[in-house]
Design a protein around this ligand. Structure first.
Ligand SMILES: C[S@@+](CC[C@H](N)C(=O)[O-])C[C@H]1O[C@@H](n2cnc3c(N)ncnc32)[C@H](O)[C@@H]1O
Length: 227
């Protein structure tokens, strides 16, 4: 079935407001969403995002940094180098959580910013990750274009994108219920069809380096073409 996303109709400020919740509830809720809506696992996410850290890394929509902290532990376990990381998020409450979590870490910096209007120079970053968030952006095309802009030529973007529920019943129906609730609440803007989000990533100026559909997610590694 081909579906054009209509989106939740929420603005970026309403979305930021919807993300105002207690950290413990955010993490518990996140576990259920990951398992039943994304039909994904933490291991999958670590293997998707963990390797994509260049010397200057941008973590787009970092949230409270729960996943980022696990990814950085995974990197230490794999003996991968420490890098300079800038995290941005539009919800100030989320960002405060990340700042608190990573206080005293000189290689991690956090800034309030909209993914669609990044306050960074063109070609500033080697890599960018968007974990569990593209489908929360009301202006997804502008965000993809701006992330492409701030990457160096040859820089890579890793992202997972929530797809419309697939697979067998009753799992599909459960995922649909969670998505409907997320859109009403404002923590989800819209799920995507794989072809639709792939086309948007390419239209933003990326080449697809690697891609797979796993559970209800499209996992992609995209590259800004070398100059
Ligand atoms: C599901 S959370 C994911 C957080 C984190 N990346 C993770 O995996 O735990 C989605 C995040 O996207 C952020 N977000 C939504 N719209 C945004 C925008 N336009 N610019 C920046 N961040 C945004 C929300 O504030 C929230 O922190």
């Amino acid at each position: 079935m081909d579906r054009t996303p209509t989106g939740s109709g929420k603005t970026r400020d309403e979305i930021a407001e919807a993300y105002k919740s207690e950290p413990w509830w955010y993490d518990v809720r996140g576990f259920f969403i990951l398992t039943f809506a994304y039909n994904s696992t933490l291991g999958k996410q670590l293997r998707l995002f963990g390797p994509n850290f260049g010397p200057r890394h941008l973590e787009v929509a970092c949230g409270t940094g729960t996943l980022l902290e696990l990814v950085l532990r995974w990197r230490r376990w794999k003996k991968l180098p420490d890098v300079d990381i800038t995290g941005i998020d539009y919800a100030e409450s989320m960002l405060r959580g990340a700042m608190h979590r990573f206080r005293g870490k000189p290689n991690l910096h956090f800034q309030h910013a909209d993914a669609a209007a990044l306050p960074f120079d063109t070609g500033h970053f080697d890599t960018a990750n968007i974990a569990n968030s593209i489908h929360c952006f009301p202006a997804v095309d502008a965000a993809l274009r701006d992330i492409q802009r701030v990457l160096k030529p040859g820089g890579t973007l890793a992202a997972n994108v929530l797809l419309y529920p697939r697979g067998i019943q009753p799992l599909r129906a459960i995922a649909q219920r969670i998505n409907d609730w997320g859109m009403r609440k404002g923590i989800l803007y819209t799920p995507y069809e794989r072809e639709d989000i792939r086309r948007r990533i390419v239209a933003a100026g990326f080449e697809i380096a690697r891609e797979e559909v796993s559970g209800n997610c499209y996992n992609v590694l995209a590259r800004k073409p070398a100059a």
